[in-house]
Ligand binder design. Structure first.
Ligand SMILES: NC(=O)c1ccc[n+]([C@@H]2O[C@H](COP(=O)([O-])OP(=O)(O)OC[C@H]3O[C@@H](n4cnc5c(N)ncnc54)[C@H](OP(=O)(O)O)[C@@H]3O)[C@@H](O)[C@H]2O)c1
Length: 288
């Protein structure tokens, strides 16, 4: 039986959870790993033998700082690879779901959450590569769903991008940590993102949408909540900007509102503090 879904990035936080969620609903899913589609050498021959109803592209070069050092590689993996997929897929049969980032909006607005109608001005190579991929899809692949998200949590401990687990590890044996009070974003629980995306797809929604948790918070507040949920009595203090220098000039405001989602009458299930508590409990039950 042909797979209804194909998903890339299945060893990552989002792609892995999405494949699991669909399989648990009895859907036929093909997990597209590096062996089938390598972003560094994009070749979509594997698509000659299949034509899914949905193609969710969750794989990416997510090393935001490293992308600054190797822009050519970043554009090949995050833009050119998307174009290769888009040319090989058939928009009459397949909805192309592309995961983008709310970090693409840039710095025009210092603190208010961005809506989909705001201008996009990426400040890093990584975000520029995502923005170029979005533009290609909008221009050349009508049957698309582009989801701009950010600050994902809910992965396994071993996931390289698991910010929550990294902070818990970092806090071991410490009385306090520092958080960045100048960086804003929306903590977004992966299972909520997946269930909302699935509802959007089943309701036939197509186009470009922000898809994030409902609360915009600072990194300081985010880390403080992680520590509170972990129950380790670790204090989180505001650090000064010199403590959070990065190679990539990430916009200090990555926060967004699900403006178009709300207009369409859907809500993002997002009590992120409760979701964080439950998520950290599952990590703690697993042990170290
Ligand atoms: N995490 C966030 O907060 C966040 C925020 C905004 C947008 N996003 C976007 O959401 C999507 C999912 O993110 P995530 O957090 O799940 O990322 P992740 O955990 O870093 O996973 C990235 C995935 O991409 C795969 N990948 C990397 N290089 C590859 C290559 N050369 N060929 C094929 N696959 C390759 C990885 O495979 P390997 O395990 O083999 O390396 C992994 O499966 C990405 O498009 C990301 O840009 C994430």
């Amino acid at each position: 039986m042909e797979a209804e879904w194909q998903i890339t990035g299945v060893t990552g936080m989002l792609g892995g959870a999405w494949a699991e969620s669909l399989e648990s609903q009895g859907k036929k899913v093909q997990q597209v790993g590096r062996d089938l589609f390598d972003l560094e050498r994009p070749n979509a021959d594997f698509l000659k033998r299949s034509s899914p109803t949905f193609f969710a592209h969750c794989a990416a070069n997510t090393a935001v700082d490293a992308c600054e050092d190797s822009p050519e590689l970043a554009f090949r993996m995050n833009t050119a690879a998307v174009e290769v997929l888009g040319r090989a897929l058939d928009p009459r049969r397949t909805t192309f779901v592309f995961i983008s980032s709310t970090g693409i909006y840039g710095k025009a607005n210092p603190s208010d959450p961005y809506s989909e109608y705001d201008e996009v001005r990426p400040t890093t190579v990584y975000h520029e590569s995502k923005w170029r991929a979005e533009q290609w899809i909008r221009r050349h692949y009508a049957n698309h769903l582009i989801l701009r998200t950010g600050w994902l949590f809910g992965g396994r401990k071993e996931h390289r991008k698991n910010f929550v687990w990294k902070r818990i590890q970092e806090s071991q044996g410490k009385t306090h940590l520092f958080g960045d009070p100048s960086q804003r974003g929306n903590p977004t629980y992966i299972p909520s993102l997946i269930s909302t995306a699935e509802r959007m797809i089943s309701e036939g929604m197509r186009g470009t949408f922000n898809l994030v948790g409902d609360s915009s918070v600072t990194r300081l507040e985010y880390v403080a909540e992680i520590m509170r949920s972990a129950g380790q009595g670790v204090q989180v203090r505001a650090g000064d900007s010199s403590m959070f220098q990065r190679r990539a000039p990430v916009s200090p405001n990555e926060s967004a509102s699900n403006h178009k989602l709300k207009l369409s009458g859907l809500v993002f299930d997002s009590d992120w503090k409760k979701q964080m508590q439950n998520y950290i409990r599952t990590l703690q039950v697993e042990g170290t």
